[in-house]
Design a protein around this ligand. Structure first.
Ligand SMILES: *[C@@H]1O[C@H](CO)[C@@H](O)[C@H](O)[C@H]1NC(C)=O
Ligand SMILES: *[C@@H]1O[C@H](CO)[C@@H](O)[C@H](O)[C@H]1NC(C)=O
Ligand SMILES: *[C@@H]1O[C@H](CO)[C@@H](O)[C@H](O)[C@H]1NC(C)=O
Ligand SMILES: *[C@@H]1O[C@H](CO)[C@@H](O)[C@H](O)[C@H]1NC(C)=O
Ligand SMILES: *[C@@H]1O[C@H](CO)[C@@H](O)[C@H](O)[C@H]1NC(C)=O
Ligand SMILES: *[C@@H]1O[C@H](CO)[C@@H](O)[C@H](O)[C@H]1NC(C)=O
Ligand SMILES: *[C@@H]1O[C@H](CO)[C@@H](O)[C@H](O)[C@H]1NC(C)=O
Ligand SMILES: *[C@@H]1O[C@H](CO)[C@@H](O)[C@H](O)[C@H]1NC(C)=O
Length: 448
């Protein structure tokens, strides 16, 4: 092709001297039309001040009476909001909007605000959920920024799904809801996401989830559900980076914050947690998968009445690593196990076989962890072949809530690191770091 072109060019150049045009490329040469100007996007105003647009769901026929289905009105309002840059979709206060499973899809114009001042409630009829869905309200592929703000509430009506633990029955629908329980609010594949002001409560499963997101801010918001509601994580992060969660109150039946594989540069601070299972990294490596988590800080957190405090849990047989984790200034009160690493995590009724591989855990520091525990202050159970290394404990002061028979001493298994100040109680079981082991594990880290 190229050589034919060249040949043709040479012949033409020979015949038509001094005119310099290229037969192989129709877009160049003397007969070319000027580039058409790009047609302006519908709402990009020529003046520098942005075109602010407000789209209220009431204007799209939403009733907000808690009984009629307002899903279509929300979708219609979204369609217009999505088309206009710097636009706001308004869910006004004083109304209760019954909304079925819904996806607010991008791509959209940049800088969208979802102003939630009213209440959004989930349907409790089994019919609304078909054979089961992973999420109820979803924001997807919004790469130009999305901000959910306001003083409104997202009510998941989870009691329709949860077993009533005391009566061993389901409360409303006697087990008619599908097995798969939805996350209340999920963001997928979005950039520059802010969630602030709102309350998310009684989700059938996780309350707020971020998947494949970058630049996430969550602050001044509340998650609220009973301590015995099953798998109701407060905030669940997966494959998300550059995340900040702060000034937030999380009460739920599972992890207040759960940090899963693919997360890095996550900062959690000034958070109240409880009831709940604490703040967890993992579980990771289930089903022999690879998991990578790094650069996480958790500081200025109060925990009351939680299962664990700050915890890392991994399954045997996984690979990858958890690196550079800092827990500092954690105030615990009535926490079962405030400092917890479990490399033998095994959920559910099945026994887990011992496996030779594991994630490598390193550079994990605990500083200023203080308060009361109910079972065991420190539990560091690491893998035989992949011991935890470079663990540092500084300024630990943990006291039993009351002296009783079920209090255990600190426990370590294959845990290496340093004690930087006297700890209460003493953690004598931590072994001094061993450079040979560190170098071997670092060389095996598949996450780098
Ligand atoms: C034609 O020229 C343009 C601009 O120089 C270039 O981007 C394009 O790849 C060329 N096309 C061909 C078929 O060579
Ligand atoms: C601003 O947005 C509204 C609604 O989308 C539209 O009707 C109007 O023409 C826009 N104005 C400008 C100046 O682009
Ligand atoms: C995120 O969005 C906000 C408001 O829409 C904007 O002011 C800010 O510059 C954006 N940040 C990034 C990193 O794009
Ligand atoms: C919530 O915000 C709306 C509008 O911003 C306001 O009218 C309403 O009074 C607020 N409600 C509460 C309880 O703060
Ligand atoms: C926090 O959110 C509430 C609404 O839920 C609002 O009234 C208050 O002003 C917010 N505070 C800050 C510091 O943003
Ligand atoms: C912890 O929560 C319990 C109720 O579950 C409450 O009575 C207690 O005052 C709380 N303690 C702290 C320190 O907040
Ligand atoms: C698995 O390994 C742990 C720690 O080495 C050991 O205590 C336990 O007995 C083993 N379990 C089985 C089933 O081999
Ligand atoms: C241990 O971690 C610290 C940072 O927390 C780092 O500076 C140091 O190099 C690490 N040591 C080893 C032996 O990995």
């Amino acid at each position: 092709m190229r050589s034919k072109c060249l040949l043709l060019f040479l012949i033409i150049a020979f015949l038509v001297t001094s005119t310099n045009f290229d037969l192989c490329n129709a877009t160049r040469g003397p007969h070319q039309h000027p580039e058409p100007k790009p047609t302006p996007k519908p709402n990009s105003s020529p003046n520098p001040s942005p075109n602010k647009s407000i789209f209220n769901v009431l204007e799209y026929g939403a009733k907000g009476n808690g009984a009629s289905d307002d899903t279509k009105a929300f979708l219609d309002a979204w369609a217009d909001t999505c088309k206009a840059a710097v636009s706001t979709m308004v869910v006004p206060s004083g109304y209760r909007f019954l909304i079925g499973p819904i996806s607010f899809m991008g791509p959209c114009q940049p800088k969208i605000v979802f102003q939630l001042d009213g209440k959004i409630i989930a349907p409790t009829s089994p019919k609304a959920w078909g054979s089961g869905l992973l999420q109820w309200i979803e924001f997807k592929k919004l790469e130009g920024g999305i901000r959910i703000q306001g003083n409104g509430t997202i009510e998941g009506q989870g009691s329709a799904w949860w077993p009533n633990l005391k009566l061993n029955t389901y409360q409303d629908n006697a087990g008619k809801m599908p097995q798969t329980r939805p996350t209340a609010l999920r963001f997928y594949g979005s950039y520059n996401v802010t969630v602030t002001g709102i309350t998310i409560q009684n989700s059938p499963q996780f309350h707020l989830k971020f998947d494949n997101c970058q630049a996430v801010q969550v602050f001044n918001m509340t998650v609220s559900s009973p301590g015995d509601s099953p798998n109701t994580d407060g905030i669940h992060l997966q494959n998300s980076v550059d995340v900040s969660i702060h000034h937030t109150t999380l009460s739920c039946g599972d992890d207040c914050v759960s940090i899963q594989t693919g997360c890095s540069n996550v900062h959690v601070h000034n958070v109240d947690c409880g009831p709940g299972h604490g703040i967890s990294i993992g579980s990771l490596g289930k089903g022999k998968t690879q998991a990578c988590v790094s650069d996480i800080t958790v500081r200025n957190v109060r925990m009351n009445n939680t299962l664990a405090g700050v915890r890392i849990k991994t399954w045997q047989g996984g690979s990858g690593s958890v690196r550079n984790i800092k827990f500092s200034n954690i105030q615990v009160s009535e926490v079962k196990t405030p400092i917890d690493i479990d490399q033998f995590y095994c959920d559910g009724p099945n026994h887990c076989k011992n496996e030779s591989s594991a994630l490598a855990l390193s550079q994990i520091s605990y500083e200023k962890i203080k308060g009361t525990y109910t079972v065991q202050p420190v539990y560091l159970a690491c893998s035989d072949n992949f011991p935890c290394y470079n663990i540092s404990l500084t300024d630990i002061e943990l006291k039993p809530l009351q002296e009783n028979l079920h209090i255990y001493d600190p426990y370590c298994w294959d845990a290496y690191g340093e004690l930087h100040a006297p700890t209460i109680p003493p953690v004598d079981c931590l072994q001094s770091d061993n450079r040979k082991i560190n170098e071997r594990l670092l060389a095996q880290d598949s996450c780098k």
